[in-house]
Design a protein around this ligand. Structure first.
Ligand code: TMP
Length: 211
């Protein structure tokens, strides 16, 4: 059994990741692959309970370290119970956010000591890093406007202010610069078709597959 590939999508608020995940799943399935889509924080029963604690309530509800620990607790559940079994079974896993979000939001956004996040990462994730990470980039104001129009609740982070969101945008771009083999920045300002084409090209070229 060939192990599945692990693809993550990252970026700020309102970047259009969900729409693109659905389109990528269809394209991969049309080329004969079995695909699981999932998300963080969440993705497992325990992880979804932790998600409720993180995405609702007052913006100052948690200390940055508490947020990082909650995200990594949810991530461990997700990895052990969902992601690793799927990859072992040959399923491709597409995950809406993963560990780069902790580095961007808690590290760059909240200014948490990034070495602590790297240590947590080694402890919880170890070697199971994504094969490919697509970082959706767009101006903060445009993303927050899109997310606000969507108005799905779960808006604790959307309420954190422009400075916070600009720091995490820069953080994601720096992560992409530090990990060029794994990461590809996707310009998320275009329409759905243009972004889908960029995603398609990145997946095909970075993973060396025909799509
Ligand atoms: P979503 O709205 O994209 O589903 O993600 C929920 C929020 O959680 C989003 O604002 C980003 C935030 N988040 C973190 O702050 N740290 C993390 O590790 C993850 C995975 C998400």
């Amino acid at each position: 059994m060939t192990r599945g590939r692990f693809i993550t999508l990252e970026g700020g608020e309102g970047a259009g990741k969900s729409t693109q995940i659905a389109l990528l799943k269809d394209a991969l399935e049309a080329s004969g692959r079995t695909v699981l889509t999932t998300r963080e924080p969440g993705g497992s029963p325990g992880g979804e309970e932790i998600r409720n604690l993180l995405v609702n309530g007052a913006t100052n509800r948690w200390e940055p370290l508490s947020e990082a620990l909650l995200n990594y607790a949810a991530r461990y559940e997700h990895l052990q119970k969902v992601i690793l079994p799927a990859l072992d079974a040959g399923t491709w896993v597409i995950c809406d956010r993963f560990a780069d979000s902790t580095m961007a939001y808690q590290g760059y956004g909240h200014g948490m000591d990034r070495e602590i996040i790297r240590r947590l990462h080694r402890l919880v994730v170890g070697e199971t890093n994504p094969d490919l990470t697509l970082i959706f980039d767009l101006p903060v104001e445009a993303g927050l406007e899109r997310a606000g129009i969507r108005g799905e609740g779960e808006d604790r982070y959307e309420r954190m202010g422009l400075d916070f969101h600009n720091r995490l945008r820069e953080g994601f771009l720096e992560i992409a610069r530090k990990h060029p083999a794994r990461c590809e920045v996707i310009d998320a300002t275009g329409d759905i078709g243009a972004v889908a084409m960029a995603v398609h090209d990145a997946v095909a070229s970075k993973l060396g597959i025909d799509l």
